[in-house]
Ligand binder design. Structure first.
Ligand SMILES: Cc1cc2nc3c(=O)[nH]c(=O)nc-3n(C[C@H](O)[C@H](O)[C@H](O)COP(=O)(O)OP(=O)(O)OC[C@H]3O[C@@H](n4cnc5c(N)ncnc54)[C@H](O)[C@@H]3O)c2cc1C
Length: 357
């Protein structure tokens, strides 16, 4: 029996566990992976993520993150580049997630790794979570932070979804310290240099066929979208035998409580899924984790916490949805507009950030 059970040790769950433990709560976090590993994520971190990490004692330069100061959009023959209105960063998720879980342990949270939760349910006045090895944990409060993965009995009611693919690459030509947005038929890619060398190609596709299994097929599909992509990806060497994949990503999902239900505290992708490559899912996950901890420590119920978080995420969710839609449906027009007015591109980039951080 503990005060708080946190299910999932990504940015959301780890941030919640750190803040809860620092606030004096007894907290147990369960993470199914034994060691942090690559995740389907573009690894672009904006100033909101940077400030939240700094607040947790994890400044991005100290973790070895690579600074990103500019963005470029290429569609067909059109290309536009602009300076970002803020300092952004690139950091491998395995590095970020490992640092966050280490900080949770140091803060005093009990961190169980390599153990998966199979179900969680109300148990008297509190909650119980069953692990796949049969163990049962109990807590007065439950934080649901399993990210892209559904937990039995608590699945997100979200239709459809896109396929996310990630492929690390070694490039033939040097990569500029920019984030590139590369739309192509049926999807778009984010492409940026990686701390430690090489580059990270991360794509959202309406549907994936061979691209999900065959790096060459993925590179060909992205290259077909623009002259810039074709030029940069020529001679690129995949650093994995197949892309890392996740299906059914419900972009635009926002959790709604059912009236009368005693809900767990949902955070990160379990609360809302911002369209990637325009928004900042990691910042939302970190902020949600910190705010859920504050709510639990002050006795605020999950429904009130969810309503406040939903208001906070409204603006970035709307802007990221708009930009991702334009990127898919009218990439050439978007590139032309960004080329004509870099100020407009900078304003749009600022609108996807979390307010008040
Ligand atoms: C294609 C794509 C590109 C993206 N690019 C970016 C980007 O560039 N920048 C950005 O900020 N965001 C990006 N995102 C979004 C970002 O990856 C997520 O918003 C973020 O990871 C959410 O954090 P989280 O902690 O909620 O979930 P996750 O990071 O998914 O972490 C959840 C954790 O829970 C664990 N878990 C799951 N099920 C169980 C279980 N049953 N028992 C125990 N543990 C469990 C998992 O192993 C995992 O470690 C991208 C997403 C996609 C799909």
């Amino acid at each position: 029996m503990t005060d708080v059970l946190v299910l999932g040790g990504g940015p959301a769950g780890a941030a919640a566990a750190i803040a809860l433990a620092r606030g004096g709560a007894r907290v147990t976090l369960v993470e199914r992976e034994a060691a942090a590993r690559e995740k389907v994520c573009g690894e672009f971190l904006g100033p909101d993520a940077a400030r939240l990490l700094e607040g947790l004692g994890l400044p991005l330069p100290g973790l070895g993150a690579l600074p990103i100061g500019a963005a470029r959009l290429a569609a067909g023959r059109h290309e536009a580049g602009w300076d970002l209105p803020f300092q952004a960063w690139s950091l491998p998720r395995a590095v970020l997630d490992e640092a966050l879980l280490a900080a949770a342990s140091e803060a005093g949270a009990r961190v169980l790794r390599g153990r998966a939760v199979s179900a969680a349910a109300r148990d008297g006045e509190g909650w119980s979570a069953r692990l796949s090895d049969g163990a049962v944990l109990r807590g007065a409060a439950l934080v649901l932070a399993t990210g892209k993965h559904e937990l039995r009995g608590h699945a997100r009611r979200a239709p459809g979804g896109m396929v996310g693919l990630k492929l690390p690459l070694r490039l033939a030509a040097p990569m500029p310290e920019e984030v590139l947005l590369l739309p192509f038929a049926g999807g778009y890619a984010g492409f940026q240099p990686r701390a430690g060398g090489g580059a990270n190609l991360c794509c959202a596709l309406d549907a994936a066929g061979r691209e999900a299994r065959d790096p060459a097929a993925l590179l060909a599909r992205v290259s077909g979208g623009s002259a810039l992509a074709a030029r940069l990806l020529r001679g690129a060497e995949p650093l994995a035998t197949r892309p890392l994949a996740v299906a059914g990503v419900p972009y635009g999902f926002r959790h709604r409580d059912t009236a009368g239900e005693v809900a767990p505290y949902r955070i990160g992708d379990q609360f809302a899924v911002i369209p990637s490559l325009a928004g900042d899912g990691v910042a939302m996950a970190l902020a949600g984790g910190a705010e859920a901890a504050a709510a639990i420590l002050s006795g605020r119920p999950a429904t009130a916490f969810h309503a406040a978080l939903d208001r906070r995420l409204g603006r970035p969710m709307r802007w990221a949805g708009l930009l991702a839609g334009l990127l898919e449906r009218a990439p050439g027009t978007l590139a032309l507009a960004a080329g004509l007015s870099p100020a407009l591109a900078r304003a749009a980039a600022s609108r996807t950030r979390l307010p008040g951080i």
